[in-house]
Ligand binder design. Sequence first.
Ligand code: UTP
Length: 406
Amino acid sequence: MDYIKAKKLLEKYGQQHLLRYYGELSDGERAELLSAISEIDFSILSCAAADGKKGVGKLSPADAMPLEETAERFKEFYDAGINAIKRGKVAAVLLAGGQGTRLGIDAPKGTFNIGIERELSIFACQMANLLQVAESAGEYPYLFVMTSTVNDGRTREFFKQNGYFGYRSDRIHFYVQRTAPAVSRDGKILLEEKYKPVLTPNGNGGWYTSLKNSPCGKILERAGIEWLNVYGVDNVLQKICDPVFIGATLLSGLPCSGKVVRKVSPEERVGVLCKENGLPAIVEYYELGEEYKSLKDNSGGLVYCYGVILNYLFNVAQLDKISQKPLPYHFAEKKVSYIEDGVKVTPESPNAYKLETLTVDLIKLMGGCLGFEVERRKEFAPVKNMTGTDSVDTARALLIENGVKL
Ligand code: UTP
């Protein structure tokens, strides 16, 4: 793309400021800027603005399979799940493309050392759980790791340096998610350098499309994988390819399922499983209205009580049917460094929006979802912040409680 074309395109979308420093740039920087502009999908800016105005539909509470039922049917579920793993029908997908801005480390979040007296990365914690399942099943489920352009190299390197955590390396494959521009509060794309727009990972919602469009898509087809267990990097108690969860889902006949825990308070920052316009859906904490958040039943418990922990099982055939449907964009408020009047500004608090699609929005499209309750102290230790709520400190305490040596 040349300067004239870029200028015209930017004028159309009100983003001419991206060329503000063009006169000061070297030839190489100019080429880099024009190439970046040519790769941005500007149409998502207006789509996102429209999506943002739509809001949430009519909500009603959703049921989940309670812990008691799982305990009663444990063997039935376990046998069905382990059998599916043995037959190679299940693979895992690790969503590791996020930037972990709240944790604030300059490395992929999974590489963070959660150990105290020994090195124990978040990746290592999670891989130990997956390895245990593989050993019990006598079959190593494929693991597809989604990274972003920001952390791909360092993530691959870390797995390699750590000998793939004892897992079969030919069963671990990486793929890179797409990016989207970050915008200021008035909708202007930010520059991180005079020649470089801020492009950040576009949320975890595109994990399946990105997987299918990468070489991993072929592996998925060739191996005849029917179910994908998708999980987030930031829960160090994450049980991956849990046979009981898989078995319960298969026997339910539903096309997807999600692990849920009982929320500890109305304000807890987790998405909530509910029904939206009559269909199973997950509403993010910042989009759940006060009238729902704090609603209590007769015994004083929260009506919208099931929080999701980013551990889902998706049927691949159903994903193929819905993968052409666009997911809405959300504006996620984040701290983003940017150039202003030629100088780099590093904000202290969130100043910008990243445009993200979310996995939770896939649930509505799947046409049925089993909520599967798990014990939160055994399966949910989120690492979002360095200290305080959902932090390194709280996660360490829960790991110790579960017998993990730190
Ligand atoms: P979060 O919503 O916590 O976002 O991600 P984040 O970017 O990692 O962290 P903050 O908000 O900046 O502190 C939940 C999960 O989704 C993945 C993350 O890696 C994490 O496992 N994710 C998030 C992606 O894979 N891609 C993204 O674009 C965003």
